[in-house]
Design a protein around this ligand. Sequence first.
Ligand code: SAM
Length: 279
Amino acid sequence: MTGAQDWRGRVGETWAAEYRRTERAFSAIAQALDLTVAQHAPDKGRAVDIGCGAGSTAIALARARPDMTVTGIDLSVPLLSVAQSRADGIPRLQFVAGDARELLPSMAPLDLLVSRHGVMFFDDPVAGFADMARAARGGAPLVFSCFRSRIENDWSGAVDRVLGQAAPADGHAPGPYALADRERTYRILHDAGWHRIAATPHDVRYVVGEGDDAVEDALAFYRRIGSAAAILAAVDGGERRRLEDALRDMLAARICGGAIAFTAAIWIWTATAAGERMA
Ligand SMILES: C[S@@+](CC[C@H](N)C(=O)[O-])C[C@H]1O[C@@H](n2cnc3c(N)ncnc32)[C@H](O)[C@@H]1O
């Protein structure tokens, strides 16, 4: 489980320090999501990027829709500092620290709500998505990405196997796989008041290492991000060396064209707020 406290604290700090590696891993997710956002986004009005992290989705949206006002919201102050530094000079783009559920009411009415993997961390997902629906203008689109099941995501599954971890059943606790179950997520969105709900599966490239020493680059990623980081942090000495050597062997066997890449299995969800969109 990864909750709000984790993102406000250590997990947010780690993602801020590692944002170049997480950006690289998420870049194909971004391509798929940004394309879907482009199909649904109005030309102007107010948009929010929920759980914007280092800001990529908000920045891409602000560049693509210069007449929109875009606000990125995130719990993590260090991540927002990274976002701000990357966005310097882009007009009509701002970043706000805080919990989306608390901030959204003051931002209504919104013409577009987007999120790249930032909406899987609500303690009460129906209430979280209902807050978004209430903040949306009639007919406004919601577009977000999230992971499908852990078993379909070999960027984490292949590593879990090397580390001797059986893939845990995908619980519904806040975390990367909280919205993996299509039927359940459909019900959450429906119960939260969203309409015209649809999910499209995408399998995209997820690069974990590249460069002169792609294996060490990938190992640096896994030491800090995801469930592997927690497993490695819990052991030391000989056991830690044994696990890291096993990981190195697996990662080395996957180098192709100078990069180590896995598959990320994601959903891209779209939905519409009740009411008609203004012309
Ligand atoms: C997996 S990261 C994704 C970050 C970014 N969207 C990206 O694609 O790189 C999830 C982000 O959601 C943020 N987050 C989680 N719950 C949130 C909430 N209730 N309000 C605002 N941000 C939240 C976290 O702080 C974190 O930055």
